[in-house]
Structure formats: structure tokens, C-alpha cells
Write a protein that binds this ligand. Structure first.
Ligand SMILES: C[S@@+](CC[C@H](N)C(=O)[O-])C[C@H]1O[C@@H](n2cnc3c(N)ncnc32)[C@H](O)[C@@H]1O
Length: 228
């Protein structure tokens, strides 16, 4: 079915996904076979409902690709969970690069630490436990950040953006996950506090002169914002 559009605007260019088309997309990547991440995903799924917080496999590959392309030496992740996205980021780091991970949950990040060892990236990653809004206030990266992946509490995203922007290099990249909020971000009226926080940040990033941003419909939506 063709997407609908008004007669005055140019044709909307997007493809609505079906399960079959998503499956096709997911199968056409270099890393379809990834035993370590498959094992981590299976172990995380045994936790039950929390596993829905995992990023998707193609999102993970996209993070690795971006990290490599940007030759990232200094990266931060807010929201590490069981380590899936941190492994994807750490895989892409330049030689000597560091990933600084922040999460509030010791049980989930213990799983992450185990998989960092298995993947051989543990020496490139530092973990700080606790509420990232508090921890980040007193934290300075050893070198200015090239990349920040934000995937924690949604009402905190704007705070993370404001705290981290001065710690970011010019051209540094923010990547915010869940920015279409399962499609609910366009609900009228939007009342869910998480959805409201996401909508507010999408609007802010689109108009903030300090960054250049684009919202991409990958998985649950990635908003990319480059520091000018
Ligand atoms: C969506 S999950 C992250 C998923 C992860 N990026 C992945 O790929 O598997 C969100 C994580 O944010 C953490 N979190 C929630 N609120 C937080 C806070 N205030 N400070 C630090 N971490 C927080 C949770 O403990 C959880 O592990």
C-alpha cells in the first residue's frame, strides 16, 4: 500500500514494515551470525519482560558501523542493561578508545560485565553504577566525547543531553533510542510522561542551534544529533 500524502506536499517516501519485510532486513547484514550477541540475547530473554529493553540486532550493527566511521576514541553510554549495545559500541572503538557506561542496576550490569570479558572488550569499558543524572554532574571524560548513546530513563534524556553537550567534541554525535516511542509519540492527546519527555526532546533537538539533528525510523526510532 502506498503511503498517503496530501496533494500539495511531495510524495512521502517511506515503507511500512511487515514481519516478512523486517525479517528480510534483519537477515541482510554482515553480522547475521553473531554467536556472542545471540547468547547474550538468549540469556537476557530468560529475565522475562525486561528483555524488551534490548536494542535490535540491526541497531547494534548500526552503532558499530557509526562508531567505526567516526573513529570514536571517547564514548559514553547511559543505560547499559545486560550489555548488548555496549558491546556493539566497544567493537567499533578506535585503538585505545574508551567507553564509559552508566547504569543504576547492579544485577543487569553484572551480566554485561561477564559478556565484556567473553568478547575481549572489558579493558576498554568502565562502568559507573548509580543514578546517571547525579553521577554525570561530577564526571569529566578523560578526553572530550566523540559519541553518546542515550538509552535509559526517558524523562532523563534532556538532562543527559544538557550535561553531556559541553563534554562533547564539536562534530560529536548523540544517539537517542526509543524516540518514536512505539509510534505513540504522535498520540493526541499525548499524556504518558515518557512519551511527553520524548516528544519534548524531539522538538528541542530539531530546533536547537547547538546541534544538527535527524530522527530515523530504525527499530523504535533513533534521533541523531551532531554537535555544531
Ligand atoms: C532500555 S535499557 C538499556 C538497554 C541497553 N542499551 C541494551 O542495548 O541492551 C535502560 C537501562 O537504563 C537503566 N536506567 C534507568 N534509569 C536510570 C538512571 N536514572 N540512571 C542510570 N541508568 C538508568 C536501567 O537500569 C536499564 O538497564
Amino acid at each position: 500500500m502506498e503511503p498517503s500524502n496530501s496533494q500539495s506536499s511531495p510524495p512521502a517516501k517511506y515503507v511500512a514494515l511487515s514481519d516478512g519485510l523486517y525479517d528480510y532486513i534483519a537477515r541482510h547484514r554482515s553480522r547475521v551470525v553473531d554467536p556472542l550477541l545471540a547468547e547474550l540475547r538468549a540469556e537476557t530473554e530468560s529475565l522475562g519482560d525486561a528483555a524488551r529493553m534490548l536494542i535490535s540486532p540491526e541497531q547494534g550493527d548500526f552503532l558499530t558501523l557509526l562508531t567505526k566511521l567516526l573513529e570514536v576514541r571517547s564514548a559514553i553510554e547511559v543505560g547499559t542493561f545486560t550489555g548488548y549495545s555496549s558491546i556493539c559500541l566497544a567493537r567499533g572503538l578506535a585503538d585505545g578508545g574508551r567507553l564509559h557506561c552508566f547504569d543504576v542496576n547492579a544485577e543487569w550490569t553484572a551480566i554485561a560485565q561477564r559478556y565484556w570479558e567473553k568478547e575481549g572488550v572489558a579493558s576498554r569499558i568502565e562502568l559507573q553504577l548509580g543514578d546517571a543524572k547525579q553521577a554525570l554532574l561530577n564526571w569529566m571524560p578523560p578526553e572530550p566525547l566523540d559519541l553518546a548513546f542515550i538509552d535509559a530513563d526517558k524523562p532523563g534524556y534532556e538532562t543527559y543531553f544538557e550535561i553531556l553537550l559541553p563534554k562533547m567534541k564539536p562534530n560529536g554525535l548523540f544517539i537517542f533510542d526509543n524516540m518514536v516511542w512505539g509510534g505513540r509519540v504522535i498520540e493526541q492527546p499525548l499524556t504518558d510522561p515518557d512519551g511527553l519527555a520524548i516528544d519534548r526532546l524531539n522538538q528541542k533537538l530539531a530546533h536547537d542551534p547547538r546541534v544538527e539533528s535527524v530522527l530515523l525510523p530504525i527499530a523504535d526510532g533513533l534521533h541523531l544529533a551532531r554537535k555544531r
